[in-house]
Ligand binder design. Structure first.
Ligand SMILES: CC(C)(COP(=O)(O)OP(=O)(O)OC[C@H]1O[C@@H](n2cnc3c(N)ncnc32)[C@H](O)[C@@H]1OP(=O)(O)O)[C@@H](O)C(=O)NCCC(=O)NCCS
Length: 181
């Protein structure tokens, strides 16, 4: 693993970091693969983790951390995506996994991570809240975005500060508005 973050230094290649040990009680995140992304197509580099039971090693689900700041990520796809296998739901694994990833996001220079979900995905919306994220807005997915082609028309946007000591502050509305609406 390389040891420096290059987010923001656009001319240099992206460097993945060693995420270290990511454990919260019975939940352990195991790095499965690092995907380099494809800047030409707007795809950000991502860490792909498995959620596993700490003692038993059972697969519980998956979570991704995408590192980037393009409109597709910030407005529609979000930095974090997750899924818990149906038989392991009910333990807040997704929310807890999100929190485990915050130090890694911060080491890449992300002071805020955005999590998005469909407005009727109540389990995911509650997961955002449990992770400590704040609801900001619901945005329309434009036809130009790949998520539109996948059938998504609206996305809820939640913001989550990566610095644990930062207190909630009034939303800077000008910054939270998507461009071109
Ligand atoms: C979203 C998801 C990852 C959450 O899994 P999880 O971490 O096991 O979450 P839990 O089952 O512990 O539920 C978390 C919270 O959501 C609530 N919740 C779960 N299903 C719900 C539903 N259908 N309606 C309303 N609330 C719901 C739970 O009650 C819990 O809140 P509480 O503790 O305050 O009662 C899981 O439902 C999933 O994998 N869904 C399919 C994939 C997906 O939608 N991913 C997100 C894409 S944006």
């Amino acid at each position: 693993m390389m040891t420096s973050s290059l987010l923001g230094e656009r001319d240099e290649p992206f460097a993945f970091l060693d995420p270290g040990l990511l454990v919260d009680g019975d939940l352990t995140l195991t790095l499965r693969i690092c995907l380099p992304g494809d800047p030409a197509r707007g795809w950000a580099p991502s860490y792909e983790f498995e959620m596993r039971h700490t003692e038993r090693g059972t697969l519980l689900g998956h979570i991704s951390l995408r590192i980037g700041e393009n409109d597709h990520l910030l407005l529609y796809a979000g930095h974090i995506g997750y899924e818990v296998l149906p038989e392991h739901r009910g333990h807040h694994y997704a929310a807890r996994a999100c929190r485990l990833l915050l130090p890694l996001a911060l080491r890449h220079g992300l002071e805020t991570v955005w999590i998005t979900c469909d407005p009727d995905n109540w389990a995911s919306r509650r997961t955002c809240e449990l992770a400590g994220a704040r609801f900001v807005e619901i945005v329309r997915v434009p036809p130009s975005d790949v998520l539109y082609l996948m059938g998504h028309r609206w996305k809820c946007r939640y913001r989550l500060d990566t610095r644990p000591w930062r207190k909630p502050h009034p939303e800077p509305l000008a910054n939270a508005q998507p461009k071109g609406r």
